[in-house]
Design a protein around this ligand. Structure first.
Ligand SMILES: Nc1ncnc2c1ncn2[C@@H]1O[C@H](COP(=O)(O)OP(=O)(O)OP(=O)(O)O)[C@@H](O)[C@H]1O
Length: 364
């Protein structure tokens, strides 16, 4: 286990009482505004001293209120990337990076300055001042500075929240590379499920200062019971698929265990494994294999669970030859089709419904 957290903290009108474990990889803290994400990550960083609790990173105790241990931030060996990058405005990018190196605590990731510059594409920016950088570039420098402090874990609090969709799409591949190239555990705070679905291995779902659910991302994103918590529009499973062919008409063929998927605009090489997020609302269920349909993605599946919602909707969990999928249909359709666990049927996906933004490089 990389990080283990069990803390309590009370503000006027808000109580945080949360425990979770972050294994190696990217652990996402997800929850609505005010759920307690920043309070929790600040407690891990040492920027907030919780009323009570214990936090360990690998075998080091960062906080143990019973033993009166509370390491100051600079002794925790953590890199912190904030939503507002907090670069030094009077220093060049190079000097901002040097600042990270100067305060390297040692022991953490052994990335050299040139590794970091390459990984984050910073070479053309080194002589610039922060005011001459775009939002995405600024965040890349902030990440570089945090990495050069040789942290044992990176804490990222809404690092992309201030960026527009295009800049966000620009920076996500860098985060994916960071994750795959270096074995650095990351605690990633976000209220954007699309980012989390692309990056995270583990999901910790916070609600009202408590951990509502925690576990592997694939399990939680395909759990029909969590659809109302994750948001009915955003909920959807992630699956890994291998790129097998790019056709001249722009459609890419991706292989999953249940068959082939045909999706537009997949920017990955043949042979690459990519993570594809399929929103529950984009999946239609048919009892028999549909004929004469414009959709090209029809997969044989088995219903694994039916979750009727409080309103007109129902969430249906599906097994596609070992890959979990989720569909959101009306409760009326679920009843009319007589859907129940164990029933074989077909999942229909519109090719254009899986946006490029939902496709990320494979994160083992
Ligand atoms: N210093 C403080 N004093 C009093 N209350 C605070 C303080 N910091 C946070 N809170 C309260 O604690 C609750 C959790 O805040 P927190 O910032 O941790 O939530 P969050 O999940 O990060 O939200 P957001 O996504 O909006 O950043 C909120 O109700 C907030 O008003």
């Amino acid at each position: 286990m990389s990080l283990s957290v069990d803390i309590e903290h009370r503000f006027d009108g808000f109580t945080l009482k949360a425990a979770f474990e972050a294994p190696p990889g990217v652990t996402a803290l997800f929850g609505r505004s005010g759920a307690g994400k920043t309070t929790l990550v600040n407690a891990v960083a040492g920027l907030l001293r919780p009323d009570a609790g214990r936090i360990t990173l690998k075998d080091r105790v960062l906080l143990d209120s019973a033993a009166h241990i509370c390491l100051p931030p600079h002794r925790r060996r953590l890199g912190y990337v904030f939503q507002d990058a907090r670069l030094f405005p009077h220093l060049s990018v190079a000097a901002n990076l040097d600042y990270g190196t100067r305060y390297a605590s040692g022991g953490g990731t052994a990335m050299s300055r040139s590794d970091v510059i390459d990984l984050l594409g910073l070479a053309p920016l080194l002589d610039r001042r922060p005011r001459h950088l775009s939002g995405g570039e600024t965040q890349r420098v902030a990440i570089g500075r945090a990495l050069l402090s040789r942290p044992e874990m990176l804490l990222m609090d809404e690092p992309l929240a201030a960026l527009d969709a295009t800049r966000k799409a620009d920076i996500l591949p860098y985060l994916e590379r960071l994750k795959t190239a270096y074995n650095l555990p990351i605690l990633y705070v976000s209220h954007a499920l699309d980012e989390i679905a692309r990056l995270a291995d583990t999901l910790v779902l916070l609600a009202d200062g408590r951990v509502h659910s925690a576990g592997p991302i694939r399990t939680l994103l395909s759990d029909p019971a969590l659809v109302p918590v994750l948001g009915v529009r955003e909920a959807g499973a992630v699956i890994d698929a291998r790129v097998t062919h790019h056709a001249d008409d722009g459609l890419t063929t991706l292989r999953i265990a249940a068959g082939d998927l045909y999706l537009p605009g997949v920017q990955a090489h043949v042979g690459d494994v990519v993570r594809v997020r399929i929103r529950a609302g984009d999946v239609i269920i048919a009892r028999e294999r549909p004929k004469g349909l414009s959709s090209v993605n029809i997969l044989p599946v088995t219903v694994t669970a039916v979750q009727m919602g409080d309103g007109p909707g129902a969430a249906i969990a599906l097994d596609a030859a070992g890959d979990a999928l989720l569909a959101r249909i009306t409760a009326r359709s679920a009843r009319d089709l007589g859907l129940q666990a164990g029933m074989p049927c077909f999942a229909v996906l519109k090719a254009t419904s899986v946006a490029q933004a939902s496709i990320g490089q494979h994160l083992p």
